[in-house]
Design a protein around this ligand. Structure first.
Ligand SMILES: Nc1ncnc2c1ncn2[C@@H]1O[C@H](COP(=O)(O)OP(=O)(O)O)[C@@H](O)[C@H]1O
Ligand SMILES: [Mg+2]
Length: 245
C-alpha cells in the first residue's frame, strides 16, 4: 500500500461543548518520524487522543493504512498496531517494571512469554529497565518512568507509535539518552508521530514536521527545511523556541 500510513483530513473534535480541533490536515509518512510541534494548548494532545479513538472526531476523516478508523473504538485501533504513550505516561506506580512490561505485552501472562529477543532489544535501548526490573515503577526517576512508558509501547513490534512530549521535565543528559533511543527505534520500520514543545529535541529526530496552532496545522514540511530557516522558526514557534535553547 502506498500513500501515508496515517492521514487526518479536515478533522474537527469537540470535547463537550468546546470545539478544540478546527479542521486538522496531517499526514504521517511510512517509516518516518513526524514531529507535531506547537505551543501549550494548540491541540496536540487532542489530536493524538482523536487518532486513538479516545475522542471521536465530529467531522473529517482519520485514515490508517488507507482505511477509515475515525468511528472505531480504542481497542480496535490499538489492535491495528498503533501504540500511544500519553503525556502522563500511563504506567502503574505500584507494580514493578517487570509487571508493567507484562501488562503491556498482549497475551503475555509472565515475563517468559514476552519475546526474549525483543526484550533484550528494549533493554539495550533502556538499560535502566533491566537494572530496575524488580523495582516498583513509582520509585523510578522521572526520566526512567518516561523510558518505561516508551518501553511498554514497543515491547511488541508496532506499525505506528504516538508519543506525547517524551522530553517533558527531563534533565538534558536524560534527553540525550531519549534521543539515542528514538534514533535506534527509527532504524526499525516503526512509523512515529512525536508531539513536542522542545524544538531542540525535535530537530534532532524529525524527518517531517507539522506545526499546530489554535486547533489547526499551520505549517508542514521537512524538519531539515525548518531547522535551517530561522525566520520561519521565529514566525511559527516564536518565543517558545528560545526558551528551550
Ligand atoms: N478535557 C478537556 N475539556 C475541555 N477543554 C479541554 C480538555 N482537554 C483539552 N482542552 C482544551 O483544548 C485545547 C487544546 O488542548 P491540548 O490538546 O491538550 O493542547 P496541547 O497538547 O497542544 O497543549 C486547550 O485549550 C485545552 O484547554
Ligand atoms: Mg499536550
Amino acid at each position: 500500500m502506498s500513500g501515508p500510513l496515517l492521514e487526518l483530513e479536515g478533522v474537527h473534535t469537540h470535547i463537550g461543548a468546546y470545539h478544540i480541533l478546527h479542521g486538522v490536515d496531517l499526514q504521517v509518512a511510512r517509516g518516518e518520524l513526524t514531529v507535531l510541534l506547537g505551543r501549550n494548548g494548540a491541540g496536540k494532545t487532542t489530536t493524538l487522543r482523536t487518532i486513538m479513538g479516545l475522542w471521536h472526531a465530529s467531522a473529517g476523516h482519520v485514515r490508517f493504512d488507507g482505511q477509515e478508523i475515525g468511528a472505531q473504538s480504542t481497542p480496535e485501533i490499538a489492535r491495528k498496531g498503533i501504540a500511544y504513550v500519553p503525556e502522563n505516561m500511563g504506567i502503574f506506580a505500584d507494580l514493578t517494571v517487570r509487571e508493567n512490561m507484562i501488562l503491556a505485552a498482549r497475551g503475555a501472562k509472565n515475563a517468559e512469554e514476552i519475546d526474549a529477543k525483543r526484550l533484550e532489544w528494549v533493554f539495550s535501548l533502556f538499560p535502566a529497565m533491566k537494572k530496575f526490573w524488580q523495582h516498583p515503577a513509582g520509585l523510578l526517576s522521572g526520566g526512567q518512568k518516561q523510558m518505561l512508558a516508551v518501553a511498554r509501547a514497543i515491547v511488541e513490534p508496532r506499525h505506528l507509535l504516538l508519543v506525547d512530549e517524551p522530553s517533558k521535565g527531563l534533565a538534558p543528559a536524560i534527553i540525550q539518552n531519549m534521543i539515542a533511543a528514538f534514533r535506534e527505534l527509527k532504524q526499525t520500520d516503526t512509523t512515529i508521530l512525536l508531539v513536542e514543545q522542545n524544538f531542540n529535541f525535535a530537530r534532532q529526530l524529525g524527518d517531517q514536521v507539522a506545526v499546530m496552532d489554535g486547533g489547526r496545522i499551520v505549517h508542514s514540511g521537512t524538519m531539515a527545511a525548518l531547522a535551517e530557516d530561522e525566520a520561519l522558526q521565529q514566525r511559527l514557534l516564536g518565543l517558545s523556541l528560545g526558551a528551550h535553547q
